[in-house]
Ligand binder design. Structure first.
Ligand SMILES: NC(=O)c1ccc[n+]([C@@H]2O[C@H](COP(=O)([O-])OP(=O)(O)OC[C@H]3O[C@@H](n4cnc5c(N)ncnc54)[C@H](OP(=O)(O)O)[C@@H]3O)[C@@H](O)[C@H]2O)c1
Ligand SMILES: *[C@@H]1O[C@H](CO)[C@@H](O)[C@H](O)[C@H]1NC(C)=O
Ligand SMILES: *[C@@H]1O[C@H](CO)[C@@H](O)[C@H](O)[C@H]1NC(C)=O
Length: 331
């Protein structure tokens, strides 16, 4: 019997690569993995193609419906995410990046709706509809860029609602490696400062260590369709406050890091458009606290890693931060 085909969009990215590793070692069932990339000629894609006989690396253009249909043909399972392209954001602005990500998401779900004869499970990596939830108070472009695809999936006319799991993945602890998150050394106090435009008590949902956690959760979703089809799975290993995020980095890096709150206006003044984009997200999380990823959802639709039996296998944010060479990053 030929093994079922699992398509992974963004297979070289943080989410896709974590899922690819998990599905490769899963035996129940054993999948043939079709790993999508925009460039099969990159060194990473070539390395992946040669790494395992069950992996097929497949060139795909998310702007092309025919390219996506070719990539999905025969698939039983699809994992899909989209990216708020940093280069488009920096050169053309948030609205252009949002529009591009929306079009990619819609191309993906429309192509998925055309393979209903083979498709059993569609996992859509998405984020909360902060705009809808707060009646327009928080329009976070890289959250809203995922929502039109959510709405397409939820529309019964499109035939995917009972085949879909919505996966809301929490914050990556490793964001601290990059601006605007990267802590800054302040000579006068002799320590690093993590500055965000939210109170130190803001309760942030974290995925924990991205690999293995995202893969463990997605593997559990696919093994338990009766629990996960039509549901929202929280890709959240733990909640940490903003101040705890800084002390988690202190613990993991052996370098002293403190948290400091800044107003949104100052954060925007400092980081420009990036500050608005990231700052609004923290204001939204600060306002909703523990409900930021679940607000507006009926509890019968929410599935946690605990419900899936994998909470005990997840790695903490501190585990993930402990594997990064902070000396090189913080300088
Ligand atoms: N950062 C967070 O805290 C966070 C939390 C939750 C959700 N998200 C969401 O997650 C999504 C991004 O997913 P992700 O983190 O999986 O994206 P990612 O790691 O940035 O990867 C995005 C794409 O970049 C290319 N790429 C990444 N690493 C590469 C490498 N080493 N070599 C070559 N190409 C590479 C790949 O596309 P090609 O192969 O086509 O080049 C990949 O699919 C966004 O929508 C974001 O909003 C982020
Ligand atoms: C999805 O499943 C629900 C519950 O079983 C059912 O009521 C509904 O008709 C199904 N929707 C579609 C579009 O198949
Ligand atoms: C950091 O480590 C200390 C000592 O082990 C522990 O008490 C504290 O809870 C840790 N902080 C965080 C945020 O995990």
């Amino acid at each position: 019997m030929t093994p079922p085909i699992a398509v992974i969009i963004g297979a070289l990215g943080a989410q896709g690569s974590s899922i690819l590793s998990a599905l490769l070692t899963s035996n129940n069932p054993r999948y043939k993995i079709r790993a999508l990339t925009s460039n099969t000629a990159s060194p990473e894609a070539i390395r992946l193609a040669n790494s395992h006989p069950n992996i097929e690396v497949f060139q795909t253009d998310l702007s092309s419906p025919t390219s996506l249909l070719a990539a999905f043909t025969g698939a039983s399972v699809i994992f899909a995410n989209t990216v708020f392209k940093p280069d488009v954001f920096l050169t053309q602005g948030a609205a252009a990046a949002e529009e591009l990500e929306i079009s990619h998401g819609l191309n993906i779900v429309q192509a998925a709706s055309k393979i209903s004869s083979t498709l059993q499970h569609f996992i859509w990596s998405t984020l909360p509809d902060a705009d809808g939830l707060t009646e327009g108070k928080y329009k976070i472009p890289h959250f809203q860029s995922k929502i039109p695809a959510d709405k397409y999936l939820l529309d019964p006319e499109n035939g995917l609602v009972n085949k879909t799991t919505f996966l809301r993945i929490g914050m990556y602890g490793s964001n601290l490696m990059r601006d605007p998150y990267k802590p800054v050394y302040v000579k006068e106090v002799g320590k690093y400062i993590l500055t965000l435009p939210c109170s130190p008590l803001t309760l942030i949902p974290f995925i924990g260590e991205e690999t293995p956690n995202i893969g463990l959760i997605v593997e559990a979703i696919l093994r338990q369709p009766e629990r996960t089809l039509g549901k929202y799975v929280l890709g959240v290993a733990e909640h940490l406050t903003a101040a705890e995020w800084a002390s988690t980095l202190s613990n993991a890096s052996k370098v002293e890091v403190s948290f400091s709150e800044m107003t949104l206006e100052d954060y925007e003044g400092h980081w420009g458009h990036v500050g608005t984009e990231i700052g609004l997200m923290f204001k939204f999380i600060e306002e909703l606290q523990r409900d930021s990823y679940t607000g507006g959802l009926s509890s019968s639709l929410i599935v946690t890693p605990e419900d899936l039996g994998v909470q005990c296998l997840l790695h903490s944010t501190e585990d993930g931060l402990g594997k990064i060479n902070w000396e090189d990053i913080l300088g």
